[in-house]
Design a protein around this ligand. Structure first.
Ligand code: DGP
Length: 148
């Protein structure tokens, strides 16, 4: 079965990319928990980290680390969550490995928890693209790309 991330990687579906190389891509999460929420995704469509070769797995983490730094420089975040739901029983909704890189801005705990609750509700309904949403994602992506 083709995953939604394969369709994004092939260009069939739109996304706001911040990085692409031969092993992985990174693009904005359509339902960001905080401004600048990025997904780092291997080109190879496997569901869990242990199905990746070790070089690609290490490369994903290095890319996530670089993106966290670019978020801090480009968006003014102070820290970030690096999160993997590594399999369906760990609440993975898209069966294609991805590292969430979720910026934190300081003094934003309540706001982040509220957004997390909202984000969880979005996992069970189809995502809808609107021009306003695409514009916000693109603006954050541009700031991250410039800092990479
Ligand atoms: P997880 O629950 O860890 O499998 O997270 C999957 C994430 O993928 C979730 O945060 C929302 C994001 N997502 C799902 N569909 C799309 C999409 O079509 N485009 C983008 N950019 N992100 C998506």
């Amino acid at each position: 079965m083709t995953t939604i991330f394969e369709r994004i990687i092939s260009g069939e579906l739109a996304a706001s990319f911040v990085h692409q190389d031969s092993r992985c891509v990174a693009f904005m999460d359509i339902n960001p928990i905080t401004r600048g929420h990025v997904l780092v995704v291997p080109r190879r469509a496997v569901a869990t980290l242990d199905r990746l070769d070790a070089i690609t797995r290490a490369h994903l983490w290095e890319t996530a680390n670089r993106i966290g730094r670019a978020q801090r420089q480009g968006l003014g975040s102070l820290a970030q969550h690096l999160l993997v739901n590594d399999g369906k029983d760990a609440s993975q909704s898209v069966p294609h490995v991805h590292i969430h890189v979720i910026p934190r801005y300081g003094g934003d705990t309540l706001h982040t928890l509220a957004r997390l609750a909202w984000h969880i509700t979005t996992l069970t309904v189809p995502r809808r693209e609107t021009p306003a949403r695409r514009g916000r994602l693109e603006a954050a992506a541009a700031a991250i790309r410039d800092a990479l």
